[in-house]
Design a protein around this ligand. Structure first.
Ligand SMILES: Cc1ncc(COP(=O)(O)O)c(C=O)c1O
Length: 350
């Protein structure tokens, strides 16, 4: 069975490396577990660190997480799931007053205060109250809800619109924080300023001190910041790899023979005649992952594939039938491979 290999020590080192950077500047962190489906072995490692919160976007993952750390729901809750949210999570990110009201009612039923982080859209156009439309009256209404605590405010960048965190962009969030604090004489505990795309600013020591929290997923697992997609020096990019076996290895032409129509997915494929090739088929396919999101070892070329097959050009390599090829992963390939029931998980003590 093709398997994701999870290198536990590398994960632990990544957690400690980045958490130390954040803590050195007095910022707390939410470790985001959704890309690894809140795998319990990895949650156990997070539990042993000084990371303050565990966050996930799926209630199913949050429910199964065993931890003493506060659990945070990242995706804006659906009104239909508020009972689960307040039962399972300590904190949720919110942008709709009607939902917050429903969370209040659900919290009252179980006699538990639910904390919210109010999300603001400062340009990326995903979740959050559009910053130009914010009215302070909303805060007053939230304060009147007995079972809701306004724990902080937050924003999410570089997820939809590709907006990179900058001083100018964060200026919009500072103004909102200051307005709220001044008008209501309160101190917001958490200003959650973003995700792995804020790391370049963090590393340049340019992240404004008012941002006292980040929510980090990709950087912990892939050692990559997401503003420019560059590797973070000192972090491992191979915590997760895919190992897949060669099930066919043959010399074949590179250009199909016969009248050409559509492939298995109804698409017209373009081919270039490159003469004969040493071609391999591996036992993973488009049902598991977008094959071009796999990062092959040097000298291995991904040609394409179909639902169950990955086709490689191995002309420059000396692999044998039955050999395993190990690929590094992107965020997207990791996410879909972890979610495929046809992909195993192997834990490595490295
Ligand atoms: C609201 C929110 N915050 C933070 C994250 C983590 O983002 P990243 O993996 O880029 O660190 C995500 C995505 O998982 C998210 O949806």
């Amino acid at each position: 069975m093709p398997s994701i290999h999870i290198y536990l020590k590398r994960f632990e080192r990544n957690l400690r490396f980045l958490t130390n950077l954040l803590h050195a500047e007095d910022r707390s962190v939410m470790a985001v577990s959704k890309v690894f489906l809140a795998d319990s072995k990895l949650i156990d490692i997070i539990n042993q660190t000084e990371i303050e919160y565990i966050a996930d976007s799926r209630i199913e993952n949050l429910r199964k997480i065993q931890t003493d750390k506060p659990k945070v729901m990242l995706r804006i809750p659906a009104i239909s799931e508020v009972n689960d949210i307040v039962e399972v999570c300590d904190i949720s990110l919110n942008s709709e007053y009607k939902t917050i009201e429903s969370l209040n009612q659900a919290s009252e039923k179980i006699g538990k205060i639910h904390k919210i982080i109010l999300m603001f859209d400062i340009g990326d156009l995903r979740e959050g109250i559009y910053y130009k439309d914010f009215e302070l009256n909303l805060i007053k209404k939230i304060q009147n809800l007995s079972f809701i605590e306004l724990y902080g405010i937050g924003t999410n960048l570089t997820c939809y619109g590709g907006v990179i965190p900058t001083k100018e962009t964060y200026e919009k969030l500072i103004q909102i924080k200051e307005q709220i604090e001044l008008r209501f004489g309160l101190t917001l505990k958490v200003i959650s300023g973003g995700n792995s795309s804020a790391i370049p600013m963090l590393k340049r020591h340019e992240l404004s001190p008012f941002i006292n929290n980040l929510r980090i997923g990709e950087a912990y697992v892939l050692g990559r910041e997401t503003a420019y997609g560059t590797h973070i020096e000192g972090m491992a990019d191979d915590v997760f790899t895919l190992q897949t076996e060669i099930v066919e290895l043959k010399d074949k032409p590179s250009y199909p023979e016969g009248e050409l129509g559509l492939d298995a997915f109804g698409k017209k494929v373009e081919f270039v005649d490159r003469g004969m090739m040493r071609r391999a088929i591996c036992n993973v396919g488009k049902q598991d992952v977008d094959l071009f999101e796999l990062i092959p070892p040097d000298g291995v070329e991904i040609l394409g594939g179909s639902s169950d097959h990955l086709i490689l050009n191995l002309s420059n390599k000396t692999y044998k039938l039955g050999d395993t090829i190990e690929f590094k992963l992107t965020y997207r390939s990791l996410l879909s491979l972890m979610t495929s029931p046809y992909i195993g998980r192997v834990y490595e003590e490295l």
